[in-house]
Design a protein around this ligand. Structure first.
Ligand SMILES: NC(=O)c1ccc[n+]([C@@H]2O[C@H](COP(=O)([O-])OP(=O)(O)OC[C@H]3O[C@@H](n4cnc5c(N)ncnc54)[C@H](OP(=O)(O)O)[C@@H]3O)[C@@H](O)[C@H]2O)c1
Length: 263
């Protein structure tokens, strides 16, 4: 799809990590930003780091009515949304057998329901204008699942599936749908992640990138009208081998977790 001019960008999960880095990058591009997240105070603090200070809209992406109202408020305040960065997400670490159903449901509600709901609400408005872009912040675990992250991986696989179908549905309406798949990223995500009791996180070093690197990928996917960007060379190798050579992926992951448990 062709590059479209960007005036107004809505970012869910804008108060931290990748969302905040993306807001910072777009602010430098002179774009109007609407930052959404649940914690209004944290949103304000995050927004105040940026210049000009973006408008903030506290909302929980799981709340259908509140989200629809918030998008309406964004449009009233800033004008039509040209780009939506569907980024809000939470993590969950631990074996399925030791994880409560309420924690599993929580991840699916935020990462899948919340993301789909955000995209659907905004896509209707974009379709009426015949233009716009929607970028999902997915994960390399949306291409290749890993142990102790089964439900989180499932949530990102669901998002990938949704994005692939939605992209083709929205194309005739002039809407560009894309996904950015980060590898492990240095953000507060890992400290905030829900964990099953007594399961130590993998201690084997995993290559990580900064939130700024992911933000640049978000900008690139938009500017180049691409369908998807997997961030970083290790991320690309992980998804390529994991997806195309699943047996090899299993083998490497078995070794990785054996080493991790032994350390
Ligand atoms: N960090 C990584 O290693 C990594 C790797 C691959 C993909 N990702 C994906 O990247 C995205 C951003 O993650 P991050 O690393 O930037 O995490 P982060 O620093 O923890 O930021 C998450 C953001 O989402 C918001 N959020 C969480 N639940 C929400 C809800 N129910 N409604 C509205 N906003 C909500 C948070 O604010 P409130 O809590 O105040 O709502 C926060 O602004 C996520 O989708 C994550 O799955 C992260």
């Amino acid at each position: 799809m062709k590059k479209q001019p960007i005036t107004t960008v809505l970012i869910t999960g804008g108060s931290s990590g990748i969302g905040l880095a993306t807001a910072r990058l777009f602010t430098r591009e002179g774009v109007r930003i609407a930052m959404l997240a649940r914690d209004g105070k944290k949103l304000q603090e995050a927004a105040s780091q940026l210049d000009p200070v973006p408008l903030t809209f506290p909302v929980d992406v799981r709340d259908t009515e509140a989200l629809a109202l918030t998008v309406e408020n964004v449009v009233q305040s800033l004008g039509p949304v040209d780009v939506a960065i569907v980024n809000a997400g939470i993590g969950l670490y631990g074996p399925v057998t030791q994880t409560s159903w309420s924690d599993m449901k929580e991840v699916l509600r935020v990462n899948v329901e919340g993301a789909i709901l955000t995209a659907a609400i905004i896509a209707r408005r974009m379709a009426a204008r015949g233009k716009g872009s929607i970028v999902f912040v997915s994960s390399i675990l949306g291409k290749r699942a890993i142990p102790n992250s089964a439900v989180y991986s499932a949530s990102k696989h669901a998002l990938q599936g949704f994005a692939d179908a939605f992209r083709l549905e929205m194309e005739p309406h002039g809407i560009h749908v894309a996904a950015v798949l980060p590898p492990r990223t240095d953000t507060p995500f890992h400290d905030r992640m829900m964990k099953s009791a007594d399961v130590p996180a993998s201690r084997v070093n995993v290559p990580s990138v900064s939130a700024d690197v992911v933000a640049e990928a978000v900008l690139r996917v938009l500017m180049r009208g691409k369908r998807e960007i997997v961030v970083s060379v290790p991320g690309k190798l992980f998804t390529f081998f994991g997806y195309h050579f699943p047996h090899l992926g299993d083998l490497l992951l078995r070794q990785h977790y054996r080493k991790s448990n032994a350390e």
